[in-house]
Write a protein that binds this ligand. Structure first.
Ligand code: BYC
Length: 317
C-alpha cells in the first residue's frame, strides 16, 4: 500500500514538473483508464465523423470541392488510426475498441449525430466543428501522455486546413445569391448550439475535469474552451454577415468575453445517451462497415499465416 502511495506521489511530481508520461512508465490505473476512454472516444469521433461529410462526396457543387472534401474525409480516417494506435499503447486491443463502439458502449462526439441536409452544412462543419475541435486539440498537444500529445501535433495541422476549407465554403455562399446566403444562415442556425455542446457539460457537471486537470490531461476546462471558441468565432460570423442564433449573445466589456445564452443540456444528454437524430444510423453504418469488411480481414489473416508457414519451412530446410 505504502509503495503505491509513494509511486502515485512520484507520478504526480513528474506531471507537475511537466514531464511526458510514456506507455511503459508506471502510471495509476485510473490514469490509464481515463486515457483509454478519452483517446478511444476521440478516435471513434474521427471515424464516425467521416459519415456526415461522406454523405456529400458524390454531390459537391464543383470538382475542386470534391477533391477538398475527399482529402478531408481521408484525413479524418488517418486521425482515427493515429489515435487507435495511441490507445493501443495502453494495453487495449483495437478489436476491443471497435467492439465497444459497435455495441454502443463507447461514446463518440455528440456532434456527429446531426444530419447534413444541405451543401452549406459541409461549410458549417469545417468552420464550426473543426474550429471547435482545434481549440480543444491545440490544448491536447500539451497533454501529459506522450503518444496522445504527439498524435495531436499532426492532427492539428490538418484540422487547420479543414477549418479554412469550411470557412471558405461559407464565405463563397455568403457572397453568392440570396438563396445561397440563406442556406449558409440555415446551416449556422442548426450547427451553432451542437458545436458548443462538443466541449462537454458545464464544469460544475463534468465529473472527469477535476482529476484530468490535475493530471494535465486537460490543460483547460470545458467552459474555458467553450468561451475561447465563442470569442474567436463571433467576429468570423460578422465577416460572413450571418447571425449567430443566440439573442443573449453580447460582448461583455468587463469580462472581455462574449456572454451567451443557455445551452439546451437536455438535448445534449439525450444525444449522448443515443437518442439524437442520427445515432442509430451512425452505429448501423459502423457495424455494416465492420461486417462487410470481414472477408478482407480473413484474407489478410490467411495471407499472413501462409507467409509465416513459408518462412518456417525455409528456416527448417
Ligand atoms: N459528446 O466529465 P466530462 C473531429 C461525455 S473529432 C459525447 O466533461 P471529459 C472531426 C464524456 O465522455 C474531434 N460525449 O468528460 C472529425 C463523459 O462520459 P464518460 C472530437 C460527451 O472526458 C470528423 C461525460 O460526458 N474531439 O474533430 O473530461 C469530422 C462527462 O463529461 C461529450 C474529441 O474527442 C460530447 N460532446 O471531457 C470533423 C476531443 N462531452 O466518458 C471533425 C477529446 C462530454 O465518463 N475529448 N461527453 O462516460 C475531450 O477533450 C474530452 O473527452 C471532452 C469531455 C472535452 C469531450
Amino acid at each position: 500500500m505504502e509503495k503505491i502511495v509513494d509511486q502515485e506521489a512520484a507520478f504526480q511530481a513528474r506531471i507537475d514538473a511537466g514531464e511526458k508520461i510514456e506507455p511503459k512508465d508506471w502510471m495509476p490505473e485510473k490514469y490509464r483508464k481515463t486515457h483509454i476512454r478519452q483517446i478511444s472516444q476521440h478516435a471513434h469521433s474521427e471515424i464516425v465523423g467521416m459519415l456526415p461529410e461522406g454523405n456529400w462526396i458524390t454531390r459537391t457543387p464543383t470538382l475542386r470541392r470534391k477533391v477538398g472534401l475527399l482529402a478531408k474525409v481521408q484525413d479524418e480516417a488517418g486521425h482515427g488510426l493515429y489515435l487507435y494506435s495511441a490507445a493501443e499503447t495502453l494495453g487495449i486491443s483495437r478489436d476491443e475498441l471497435f467492439h465497444q463502439l459497435h455495441i454502443g458502449k463507447a461514446k463518440y462526439s455528440s456532434i456527429f449525430n446531426y444530419p447534413t441536409m444541405t451543401w452549406a452544412d459541409i461549410g458549417a462543419i469545417g468552420w464550426l466543428v473543426d474550429g471547435a475541435a482545434i481549440i480543444n486539440q491545440v490544448m491536447l498537444t500539451r497533454t501529459s501522455f506522450g503518444p496522445y500529445a504527439r498524435a495531436m501535433v499532426r492532427i492539428c495541422k490538418e484540422e487547420s486546413f479543414h477549418q479554412r476549407q469550411g470557412y471558405e465554403i461559407m464565405l463563397t455562399l455568403c457572397e453568392g445569391t440570396p438563396e445561397q446566403k440563406a442556406m449558409a444562415q440555415d446551416a449556422l442556425n442548426r450547427w451553432w448550439w451542437p458545436s458548443l455542446m462538443m466541449f462537454g457539460p458545464r464544469d460544475a457537471e463534468s465529473p472527469n475535469t477535476e482529476q484530468s486537470v490535475k493530471w494535465k490531461i486537460k490543460r483547460k476546462t470545458n467552459d474555458e474552451l467553450r468561451q475561447q471558441f465563442i470569442d474567436i468565432t463571433i467576429p468570423q460570423a460578422e465577416i460572413l454577415g450571418i447571425t449567430v442564433p443566440d439573442p443573449d449573445l453580447k460582448w461583455n466589456e468587463e469580462r472581455q468575453h462574449y456572454d451567451f445564452g443557455e445551452i439546451d443540456w437536455d438535448e445534449f444528454w439525450q444525444v449522448v445517451k443515443g437518442n439524437g437524430p442520427c445515432n442509430k444510423e451512425r452505429l448501423q453504418a459502423r457495424n455494416d462497415a465492420w461486417n462487410n469488411g470481414a472477408w478482407v480481414r480473413n484474407a489478410a489473416r490467411a495471407h499472413a499465416e501462409k507467409r509465416a508457414e513459408k518462412e518456417r519451412t525455409a528456416e527448417a530446410s
